[in-house]
Ligand binder design. Structure first.
Ligand SMILES: Cc1cc2nc3c(=O)[nH]c(=O)nc-3n(C[C@H](O)[C@H](O)[C@H](O)COP(=O)(O)OP(=O)(O)OC[C@H]3O[C@@H](n4cnc5c(N)ncnc54)[C@H](O)[C@@H]3O)c2cc1C
Length: 403
């Protein structure tokens, strides 16, 4: 009788593991069970930034640096099936992509093309996806193999089991991992917006600040583009910072002061300091947007906050006023009052403890035949492609481990 594999979770990691498994062991009967009504539901979620499938980073050690947790363990797997392999796979399967200036690999025709391609391959390979099937328990049989229990729908049996239940924040998969004796590092949201009531930010909502540098008290830092929102701060650099400081921010209940150097992430910030602008444009008004060091509405808020009339010429600023502006521009501090929700459902840190996983096959060191792939592992990357790369790498290698 054909071997039977069950994959719990039809996210990118589970789907890729199923495809790899059947490619390397074509006689296997593969079933994916998914609690939601749609497979690959993550790709149906609204995303403000274009999806990035991976990073164009060919050197595995450099790719491993994209991980906040688990980079050391991912190094070997990335050597065996890394970003270059993923990009070749997309090319071979007709997924056209562009690479932006930061190395993000963006599907030219949107994420739906990848979703449809993956689901098409699943169907061609004869892999069955059972949606609306919530797995509430799983265990190893004493005779080898596994059984799983579906909510209200009895049990299923299999020879091998792949757990691909995602970030474990609010799913039964956490209890399932623990029931197999695995340690689960407490899951914590990793990529999210930061809410503030700072009136300068609220009034400048809609502006983009290109080269900000954020410094958190935990020691985490990040530079790049910030979006000013009616509720606070968002954008890739915010995600990078929250990802680096996820646990510490959770411990501070998402209420803390965030330090910002609004021009510190630029290639040449010295050209935009108060001194430099004063020297270059002594007679221009401080409020003139053409010579403002940062986007005009935010700048005007800062000028007003410093008690300065925006029509004052740069050369007429008192030392005290110049110091007040300098402080806001380079040593600003914003009170964060709440965690936002963007990405929170799937981008989490925490998950199954890495010491209990064999990183050659993504098989459990405790239970033979049990595999873990994707976000369910205590591996998490910076925004911009590393998290999906984890799905491709872990899924591919789990499937490859059968030959
Ligand atoms: C809006 C948004 C944008 C993102 N953009 C990017 C990006 O551009 N680049 C990037 O690299 N990453 C991005 N991410 C992160 C990326 O989506 C995740 O890293 C990825 O989805 C993880 O895949 P996964 O298969 O491990 O888990 P998931 O995608 O979470 O899939 C797990 C699946 O398992 C199912 N499941 C869970 N428990 C059970 C159970 N008990 N029984 C049955 N089924 C179960 C879930 O319903 C889910 O469908 C983004 C995330 C979001 C939300």
């Amino acid at each position: 009788m054909a071997e039977h594999l069950i994959v719990i979770g039809a996210g990118p990691a589970g789907i890729f593991a199923a495809l790899s498994w059947i490619e390397h062991a074509p006689d296997t009967q593969v079933t994916i069970v998914e609690k939601e009504s749609e497979a690959l539901g993550c790709f149906l979620k609204k995303n403000r930034d274009p999806w990035s499938l991976t990073r164009e980073i060919y050197e595995p050690a450099e790719m491993a640096d994209q991980y906040v947790r688990g980079g050391r363990e991912m190094l070997g797997p990335l050597h065996r099936w890394g970003a270059a392999d993923a990009m070749s796979w997309f090319e071979q399967h007709g997924i056209a992509f562009d690479v932006d200036e930061t190395g993000r690999v963006i599907p030219v025709d949107g994420i739906d093309v990848l979703r449809n391609k993956l689901l098409g391959l699943v169907s061609e390979a004869g892999i069955k996806i059972s949606t609306n099937c919530n797995v509430v328990a799983a265990d190893a049989k004493s005779t080898g193999g596994f059984w799983i229990t579906l909510e209200g729908e009895g049990t299923m049996e299999c020879d091998s089991l792949v757990l691909a239940g995602g970030g474990l924040l609010a799913t039964k998969a956490k209890g399932i991992c623990a029931a197999f004796g695995h340690t689960v590092v407490e899951p914590v949201p990793a990529i999210f917006d930061l809410h503030t009531r700072d009136s300068r930010i609220v009034h400048a909502a809609g502006e983009l600040v290109e080269g900000a540098h954020l410094i958190d008290d935990s020691g985490a830092e990040a530079s790049g583009l910030i979006r000013l929102e009616p509720w606070g701060l968002s954008g890739p650099v915010v995600g990078e910072l929250t990802s680096r400081a996820a646990e510490s921010m959770r411990d501070r209940r998402y209420t803390f002061s965030l330090r910002i150097d609004w021009i510190g992430g630029l290639k040449n910030p010295t050209e935009r300091t108060i001194d430099a602008i004063t020297r270059a444009n002594p007679r221009r008004p401080v409020g003139d947007e053409q010579h403002a060091p940062i986007p005009s509405r935010l700048w005007l808020q800062m000028v007003k906050d410093a008690g300065i009339d925006p029509s004052t010429q740069w050369q007429r600023l008192t030392k005290q006023e110049a110091r007040a502006l300098h402080r806001q521009l380079r040593h600003d501090s914003i009170k964060i009052v709440k965690r936002g929700s963007h990405y929170q459902e799937t981008a989490v840190c925490g998950g199954v403890a890495l010491s209990e996983i064999d990183f050659r096959s993504f098989q459990s060191r405790l239970v033979p035949g049990l595999h873990f792939v994707g976000d369910i592992l205590d591996v998490d990357g910076l925004p911009g492609g590393a998290n999906l790369q984890t799905c491709w790498t872990t899924g591919w290698l789990a499937g490859l481990s059968n030959i």
